[in-house]
Write a protein that binds this ligand. Sequence first.
Ligand code: AMP
Ligand code: MG
Length: 293
Amino acid sequence: MAKSEATDLRELLRVPPGGPLDLGTYDPRATPAGPRNKAAGRAAVTALGPELAGLQERLFAAATAGDRRRLLLVLQGMDTSGKGGTVKHVVKLFDPSGCRIRSFKSPTDEERRHHFLWRIGKQLPQSGEIGVFDRSHYEDVLVVRVRGLVPREVWSRRYDEINRFEESLAADGVTLVKCFLHISREEQRRRLLARLDNPAKRWKFDPVDIDERRYWAAYREAYAEALALCNPDHAPWYIVPGDRKWYRDWAVSRLLLEHLTELDPRYPPPSYDVDGCRARLLGERVKGRRRAG
Ligand code: AMP
Ligand code: MG
């Protein structure tokens, strides 16, 4: 544990700026810092809860006094990489009323008629909120590129468009935390089989997911390029080892903690006279007592 406390996980998991990126050098089973096993990992996530909730409350409180800041966690990864599991295990540490959780599916007909960032812009967190995107605008340079849903000249422009979009978000007070949940092809096979084996998980299975596995290499290439091309300091990508669910949850929690700690949101000073209000309330109580007696 000493290792995790001494090290900033952001430094360990950050995609090195300046690409190109070779995902082959990242081990999806790695545990580069922090807890060493499942029990310790689960306990560590629970232990982070109060601190995360406290920071979230300060972020929310600051917004009531005009602080525009908010955080947006972007979760990307192949099918079964644990985007939903991360939402379930990590986001539950926060007060749900301050969270805005959105997932992005294949665009609707209406969404398709707009620019690809149109539907994203409508789902951003408001001041003081923690936003979570389960898939995101990155699908428009991932599945769209791999499956050729638009011509190359269209998707290839999108990296710059994403960079400009994220730059404007950062300038507007959004802290972007982009996590690529990195699983191995073999682990995906195990998780898909587990979905078939468990009648309670079959609803999550889609036979199309098996076909998508044929495009594994193309997806890796598309991910590597997206992570390398859209990775400025104000909107960094982190590669979160995803084959061990407990490690993934701990790492994302820890990344959120580090970002929120750096934001250091403050409770706003009261805009009213605290002593005066206290005196009024105390006076009221004394009067009430006299009446009762
Ligand atoms: P799931 O996350 O399993 O519910 O699946 C959502 C599906 O929507 C995935 O297959 C994504 O690839 C797909 N999807 C999400 N965004 C887009 C997009 N912009 N264009 C095409 N497909 C998308
Ligand atoms: Mg799916």
